[in-house]
Ligand binder design. Structure first.
Ligand SMILES: *[C@@H]1O[C@H](CO)[C@@H](O)[C@H](O)[C@H]1NC(C)=O
Length: 257
């Protein structure tokens, strides 16, 4: 008999039929359905329920930003990244580095002009290339976080790669940054940004489940973790329990309606 079944039996024996009237099932049926497992409080012991299927769509968060804007950096470093570390199972993040940049077509090649100058354009381009070349957001986001939290966003690329993506060569990223690939990818960011509806009129510009309102934006910027936990309609992950809702939290609840 397997260990989990022994443990389930033990738990079933101590909990007894009286204290848990809903659990009127013989041991062999305890893991036969999610409902029974929950009623008998053994769901964590049932192998097939231990890795719960994703019950609901992840909460999607899109950030339209530019690499050197202080408010963008602050949001990414103090809200978005820490929340993602805890809740990546229930959230989907899209980063679009472009913000208030402008583009123009100069004989078939796009030229970009950024609010905070040339360095910002380079930062936007590096981050765009990182997401494209590392493919998996789980790998690129820590590098982007590292750059954005450092003193100089652009100059820290190499050090951040060494720590968070040691197998990626700086030269690969640089060839994207200075080549046609980066140019095309940045044009795509421009198109995505220009297609925003309503159009963005400040940065960072945040969409929650595809939607932007001032209230969603304000909540995301001050209490993103709690917001993602609240908006997730599936079973809340354990991380959400720990945060707990303070009495005042009820007041700043945001609904998507
Ligand atoms: C950009 O400019 C070139 C010529 O300078 C033109 O052939 C091309 O169609 C333009 N592209 C766009 C998207 O406007």
């Amino acid at each position: 008999m397997s260990r989990w079944l022994l443990a389930a039996l033990a738990l079933w024996a101590v909990s007894g039929g009286d204290s848990l009237p809903a659990c009127n099932y013989p041991p062999r049926l305890l893991c036969s359905s999610w409902k029974i497992a929950v009623a008998c409080q053994v769901e964590k012991l049932c192998p097939k329920f231990y890795h719960r299927p994703q019950a609901a769509n992840p909460v999607s968060l899109s950030l339209y930003y530019e690499s050197l804007c202080p408010g963008c950096r602050n949001f990414l470093v103090t809200q978005l990244f820490p929340t993602w570390v805890m809740l990546s199972d229930i959230m989907d993040i899209t980063l679009v580095p472009y913000g208030n940049a402008q583009e123009k077509n100069v004989s078939g090649k796009w030229q970009f002009e950024c609010q905070h100058g040339e360095l910002e354009c380079r930062g936007n381009m590096i981050e765009t290339c990182l997401m494209y070349q590392l493919k998996d957001f789980d790998h690129s986001f820590p590098v982007i976080f590292c750059m954005e939290s450092a003193g100089s966003v652009v100059e820290n690329l190499e050090a951040c790669l060494q720590v968070y993506a040691p197998t990626v060569h700086l030269a690969e990223i640089n060839s994207c940054v200075t080549g046609d690939l980066g140019n095309k990818l940045m044009h795509r960011n421009a198109q995505l940004t220009d297609a925003l509806n309503p159009p963005h009129n400040y940065v960072p510009w945040i969409l929650v489940n595809g939607k932007h309102t001032d209230a969603l934006q304000a909540r995301a910027q001050t209490a993103l973790f709690r917001m993602v936990c609240e908006l997730y309609t599936g079973e809340k992950p354990d991380a959400c329990e720990g945060g707990g809702l303070s009495p005042s939290a009820a007041e700043d609840r945001v609904s998507l309606n």
